[in-house]
Design a protein around this ligand. Sequence first.
Ligand code: 4AD
Ligand code: MG
Length: 430
Amino acid sequence: MDHVLISDLKKHLGQKVKLKGWVYNSRSSGKIKFLLLRDGSGLCQSIFFKGECDTNSFENFSELNQETAVVVTGVPREEARSPGGVELGAESFEIISQSVDYPITPKDHGTDFLMNHRHLWLRSKRQHAILRVRAEIVAAIRDFFDGQGFTLTDAPIFTPNACEGTSTLFETQYFDSKAYLSQSGQLYMEATAMALGKVYCFGPTFRAEKSKTRRHLIEFWMVEPEVAFADLKDNMELAEEFLSYVVQRTLKNKAEELKSLERDTSGLEKVKGAFPRIHYNEACEIILKENPKFVTGDDFGGTDETIISSKFDKPVFVHNFPKKIKAFYMKEDHDNSAESLSVDLLATEGYGELIGGGQREDDIQKLLDGIKEHELSEEDFSWYLDLRRYGSVPHSGFGMGLERCVAWVCGLPHVRETIAFPRLYGRNKP
Ligand code: 4AD
Ligand code: MG
C-alpha cells in the first residue's frame, strides 16, 4: 500500500504520508481550510494553510464536496483537539472521483429518508460506532463459546417444520414441496448436542412478525447454545456467565465507540456476577401493581417487561412460565404440570427480552402430547422424536437475539440501526 490508514497515523508523526478516503466535511476560514476525511478506519482533520500547501489545492478546495473520494498528502502531527489526537498538515489533494449533491447532509433528516438511504447512511460516524460494537459482540459471543468447549454446529435455514409457532413462518417453495425459513436453530442443536455434548449455532433467523415495534426485526441473528445433561439452573448459570462476558468485554474494547454514542455505561458496568431469578408468578405480582389490566397466565407485553426490569439493576431471569403460553418443546415441571421449565432473561433499562430458553422435554410421551396440543404434525417431527427414542437425556439451551443485545449495549431507541441492512415489517429495501 502506498498510503496509510487514519487509525495508524500516530505511527507516522512527522513523516510525509498519503491518506485515501472520502470527504466527511469541509470548511474554509480565510487563509485556513479544514478537510475532515474518513477512510473507514477513522476520521482525520487535515489543515490546508495558504502559502504552506500547494496553490492549486488551496484554490480548488471548494471541489471537495461531501463524500468526494480523495487522496490527501501531508504530514501528521499531534493535536489534542483533533479526532484521534492527530491532525494532518496538508500539502495537497487529488480527487479520485467526485460526489455531487450527496443526499445526506449534516442537517436533520427523518428516519424514513435515512432508512431509504441506508446504503449511504452507513457512512456516518454514529453508524460506524454501532457496527463496530456489533462486530465486537459477535466476536465476544464466538470467543465465549469456543473457549468453553462448545462446538459450532450451524443449523439449516430451509426447514421442514415450525420451531416457534406457525403464525410467524415464512413459507417458500423447495422444488416440488414447501419449506420454511428457520425461526430458530434449536431443534437441530438438540440433535447436535446429543452428538457433541455442548454446541451452538449462530446465524440468521426469520419471523414473519406483522408488528412494528422497536424490538422486532423480520430477519435477525440469533446465537443458540445447547447443552446435554444440563437443567434449567445450569442454563441460567450459563446465560449469566455468557452475557457478563459479552457486555464487559465490549465495554472494555469499544469504550470509544460507546462514548461517541453518548452511552451512559454505568448500568452496563453492573452486568456481572449472578443475576436475580424470579418465578413467573412473582413477576405477575410486580406487573399487576402497575398494570392492573394484566391477566395472570398471559405472556408479557413490552411494557410489562419494562415494569419488571425497572425493579432490578441487573438483567433478571423470569422462569417457570405457564406451559400453555410456551412452545411445545418446553419441559413440564414435575412439581407442577401447568408450568414449564422455561426462562426469559429481561435486559435492564427497558430493553425487554434478550434471551429465551429453557430445559427441553425429554419424555417422548409428553412431547407427543405437546405436538398434538400445538396442532403440529407428528410426522414432520419424527426425526426430532428419535432424539428421545435413542438415549434421551435432560438438556437445556437458550437463544439470544444479537440485535436486541446490540441495541441495549449501545443504548439505541430501536433495533433498526443495529444491523447494516435491516428487514422490518413493511421494509425490505435497500
Ligand atoms: O424467545 P425466542 O423466540 O426463543 C427461541 O427461538 C428459542 N428456540 C431459542 C432457544 O432456546 N434456542 O427467541 C430468542 C431470542 C429472544 O429472546 C430475542 O432476543 C430474539 O431471539 N428475538 C428477536 N429479535 C429481533 N427480532 C425478532 N423478531 C425476534 N424474535 C426473537
Ligand atoms: Mg421468547
